[in-house]
Design a protein around this ligand. Sequence first.
Ligand code: SF4
Length: 452
Amino acid sequence: MRRPRKSEDYNEFAFVKKFSDSERRFKDFKGNQGVALIFPSSYKVASSSLSWSWVQQLFWEQGVFPERYFYEKWFKKFYSVESFKPLDENKILMFSLHFELNFENVLDILKKLKVPLLSKDRDVNSPVVIIGGAITFFNEEIITPIADVVVKGDLEKKVKFVSEGIRLLLKNKVEGLEYFKNIKNDLSNFDIGQKLPASHFLTPFSEFGEKRLIEIGRGCIRRCKFCVMGYNKKPVKFVRPSIIEEFVKNEKNPIGVISATITDYPWLDDLLDILEEYNIEFSVSSMRADGITERLLCLLKKSGQRTYTIAPEGISQRIRDILLKDIDVEELYSALETGRKVGFKSVKFYYIVGLGEGKDDLGEMKEFINNVKKMGYKSISLSVNPLIPKRRTPFYGRKIISEKEYNNMKKWFYENLRGIKINFESYRLSKKQYDFNVMNENDIVEFVKRRY
Ligand code: SF4
């Protein structure tokens, strides 16, 4: 095991080691090629993302062995989770970027490593910066000036090509970059139907707890107007239950089932049969109120889930229709009744605001929450987020709600929905996310020059 040379780096080393020691791995690490796989967010977020694990495994199959890195603002050296190799000893820095708000973390890492931030300013001795991840589906503009190579879309479709490119880059940067000019960057979904993406380590620090994560569906059959998934992850692909059964029958650990929404999984009952038969505890990443079944809720409850989560998104039917959410209030009530029937006492709702909500919409919201209280839910919490009109969705071009309107909305919620836990997303962070959505490549270059 590598240890820091300077005592001042020991804190950072010990911090990474704590997470490294927490991992129970199902595949042996092979590495030390000088390739880093960086998730530019905290360990908690990184380990909750199946992609951090799955991308590493995809490369391993091709004989390329990246080491995993994560981000904290106070880090200076950035040690790998596997061998504690400092980040600046790598020749290739691969970023798995999924959220605009992590974009500045990428810049911070490059700055700390003294790597020129704009790809045009790098020379033959600079490390190669490769960026992939969900961001490439909806906001490639912000990464284009930074990345030497952008790997767009699903990695499975091009992992052979990218691995060959990495081998070339390790031998000769100029030739490697030339090779990458021929990368085919199509965005259509890879068919995961025959091969189940699954995580290869467990850690108690993940948001899901110590669960093996499996991805049973890629893309979404819906088209909610605010959602990048609905418009960009097509065609939708599902893993067949027989493939999931092969995995589950040898699994002793609880499972985190990842999909856009489990209630749209075409063989939901077969999946539940399998989970029941092998006595597997599980959680789901998302479900829609219109597809909820008593059986699904019962099994989730049995698996230890305490809070029932529903995303009406719009505070009234009028707003839900604008969002194209395709859920009506009767479906919401029916899903909530089912929740009570199986014994849930705690419910959490997700809302999006900033669509011109008026008095009538707010009144409808108040009535809805009062009815939920009457159903017997003891704890009701709300998560309220401003609409970020994302690129490559029909809402792109709309303005974000103003800070003043947002504050008025907050005031109304606190005054009118008493006894409810309400969490409003930070306006500052939402605005930042919005700004990154409206910047073009030139704006990003200017932003980097100005800020860094
Ligand atoms: S919000 Fe959910 S249901 Fe709607 S398109 Fe996105 S993933 Fe699908």
